[in-house]
Every structure is written in structure tokens, then in C-alpha cells.
Design a protein around this ligand. Structure first.
Ligand code: NAD
Length: 317
């Protein structure tokens, strides 16, 4: 019997450390992709992670998972980069600039060799830190258009922030509308002027407490340091954040997410990658939304852009 041709949705994950396999798990449990490929220079660990994941396939929607190589990128819809050095306890994300520039550049060259020879427009999504600089590196090395190469940004930070604020107001995190823009790192900007519950700004609510709201941001900013000091790495929440972004791409959802991409004049900023609310679909970043910011938020965003621009200057491609 001749079987019909089945359109697949393939996600290739480069990096089988903590973040890569956890992301594969999140994709698999939610049935987001029909093919998941893991690649890592540590082939033994990669093979082990794949075995562990495949042993759960009978519990979830049909999916093929294998340890692959760069030739698998040729049929990819999304190539997700999470390979490279991770923060040591107390180390800032920016401290990873040198080793990870080299790793991300090498990886992107290999990806591009494979995806550009084929018709599918694969999206390159970056999570390796320092995220905004690595997104810029991936974009420049790839030579692809800015909408096709972007980073996971402050989508995770925004989830942390929403949960912390929601706890204060006794709400579900999904009912709390709040987000961070700018660097995925120490200069991120909480947008209190747009933090709301069904359109009502949190500052107008009787339960609002300025010190508590600021504490929620402080905890958000320090979340990775806190987790890394306790367990060495963060991976569950980033995996869920990445799964949300990949679903938005594969299903052409036009979901507004906090991803990091090249700015082209928004708020007068250009030639820097940072997070702003962005419409994400099958072609990648369809639009960056320029919302009204309070004067102090705009000032902080400019400072954040400067931090990233200074780091970009140190990069030798
Ligand atoms: P990890 O050390 O557990 O895994 C990194 C993996 O990359 C290792 O398995 C290593 O063998 C592999 N690797 C190194 N060089 C490679 C290369 N040239 N080609 C292929 N594979 C290579 O680290 P992790 O905890 O998984 O974190 C990975 C990265 O993601 C770090 O930079 C970390 O800071 C970042 N991260 C980002 C976010 C975010 O929100 N953007 C969240 C968590 C972690």
C-alpha cells in the first residue's frame, strides 16, 4: 500500500545540555512538532537524552526524535540554538560573551549551509547567552533577513514577572498582563505603565503596593542567579517559553511575544537586538510593536540598548 505524503514539522535543537532536551520534552508533551532532532558535540550525552525521550513516545502524540547532524537542518522549520557555556554561580550573562560568540558563529555557519540549499524557510531561534548579543551574532553570521533570526528574549522574564505579580493580586498568572522589554539580563525594563488586569493598570487597584511591585521586578531580574546558585542551571521555564515561541512559528499564530530581534529605528534605536513586543508567525518576526512608554521606561530602554551595543562592539566576527 502506498502511504500518502505527510507534511512534517521539524525542529532541530542544537545543544543537548539542560535546555535542549528539556525543550524537546516540552515540545513532545504538547505535541507541537512531528520531528525533533537533537545535535551536540557531546554525541554520547546527546544519544542518551534521545533514548530517554523516545522511551516516552507511546504516551504522547506521534513524534519522531533522533540524534542527528547538521544535514538534518535541511528540512527544518525551526533550528533552535541552546549550545554553549552557561553561567556559573554569580556570573552575569554578559560574562559568556567570548566563548559563546565562537560557538554560536560556528554553529550558525553549519546551519546556514544546509538550510539555504533548500526551499523551506527555517527560522533560527537563539537562547544561548548573552542572549541579545548572540542573536545579533547569529543574524550577522547567517546573512539571513532579521525576521528569520531572533532570540527568546524577555519572554521567559515576562512569565516570571507575571507570576510574581499575579501572586500578589491573588490571580492566575495568565490573567496578569505584564512584561519586560530590553536586555534579557540585568538591564531589562519592567513596563509598569502597561501592567494591567483586564485593562485596569495595576497602580489603580486598591491592592497595589509600589514596594511589592518593585520587589517583583527585582526577583524577576535575579531569578536566574537565584536558581543557578541553588541547582546550577535553569531549564524548565525556558523550555516552556521556547515551546510557546516555536508553536507560534509552526502554527503561524501571530502571537505577540517578547522576543529579541534587530531594531530598525523603533524608539530611535537601530543596529541592536533587544526585546520588544513582536508578532511571531511562520515567517518569524512579522512586526515589532512600538507601544507608548512612560518617560522613565524609555530612558531605561535606551540605557539597556547601550549596554548591548557596548557588548556588540567587543564582538569580532
Ligand atoms: P549546558 O552546559 O547544560 O549545555 C550546553 C551544551 O552545549 C553542552 O551539552 C555542550 O556539549 C554543547 N555544546 C557546546 N559547544 C557546542 C558546539 N560547538 N556544538 C554543539 N554543541 C555544543 O547548558 P544549558 O544549561 O543547556 O544552557 C545552554 C545555554 O542557554 C547557555 O548559554 C545558557 O546561559 C543559556 N540559557 C538561556 C536562557 C534564556 O532565557 N535565553 C535560559 C537558560 C539558559
Amino acid at each position: 500500500m502506498r502511504l500518502p505524503h505527510i507534511e512534517t514539522t521539524r525542529v532541530v535543537i542544537i545543544g543537548a545540555g539542560n535546555v535542549g532536551p528539556t525543550t524537546a520534552f516540552a515540545l513532545m508533551v504538547q505535541g507541537i512538532a512531528s520531528e525533533i532532532v537533537l545535535i551536540d558535540i557531546d554525541k554520547k550525552k546527546c544519544a542518551g537524552e534521545v533514548l530517554d525521550l523516545t522511551h516516552g513516545i507511546s504516551f504522547v502524540k506521534p513524534v519522531r526524535i533522533w540524534a542527528g547532524d547538521y544535514s538534518d537542518c535541511k528540512h527544518a522549520d525551526v533550528v533552535f540554538i541552546c549550545a554553549g557555556a552557561k553561567q556559573k554561580p554569580g556570573q552575569s550573562r554578559l560574562g559568556l560573551l567570548k566563548p559563546n560568540t565562537k560557538i554560536v558563529s560556528e554553529i550558525v555557519k553549519k546551519i546556514v549551509k544546509n538550510i539555504t540549499r533548500h526551499t523551506k524557510k527555517a527560522i533560527i531561534l537563539v537562547a544561548t547567552n548573552p542572549l541579545d548579543v548572540m542573536t545579533y551574532v547569529a543574524l550577522k553570521v547567517s546573512g539571513l533577513p532579521p525576521y528569520q533570526v531572533f532570540g527568546t528574549g524577555t519572554n521567559l522574564d515576562s512569565s516570571r514577572f507575571r507570576w510574581l505579580l499575579a501572586e500578589r493580586f491573588g490571580l492566575a498568572a495568565t490573567s496578569m498582563h505584564a512584561f519586560l522589554i530590553g536586555e534579557h539580563g540585568d538591564s531589562s525594563v519592567p513596563v509598569f505603565s502597561h501592567a494591567n488586569i483586564m485593562g485596569k493598570n495595576i497602580t489603580e487597584l486598591p491592592e497595589y503596593n509600589k514596594a511589592a511591585a518593585e520587589e517583583a521586578y527585582k526577583k524577576t531580574k535575579n531569578a536566574a542567579y537565584d536558581i543557578i546558585s541553588r541547582k546550577g542551571a535553569t531549564y524548565y521555564a525556558i523550555a516552556l517559553s521556547v515551546a510557546e515561541i516555536i508553536r507560534a512559528i509552526l502554527y503561524d499564530e501571530n502571537h505577540v511575544l517578547l522576543t529579541s530581534s534587530l531594531l530598525t529605528g523603533q524608539y530611535g534605536l537601530r543596529n541592536v537586538c533587544l526585546s520588544l513586543p513582536s508578532i511571531v508567525g511562520r515567517t518569524g518576526i512579522k512586526k515589532i510593536i512600538e507601544i507608548d512608554l512612560a518617560p522613565d521606561e524609555l530612558e531605561k530602554l535606551r540605557k539597556s540598548a547601550k549596554v548591548i551595543q557596548e557588548e556588540i562592539k567587543k564582538v569580532k566576527l
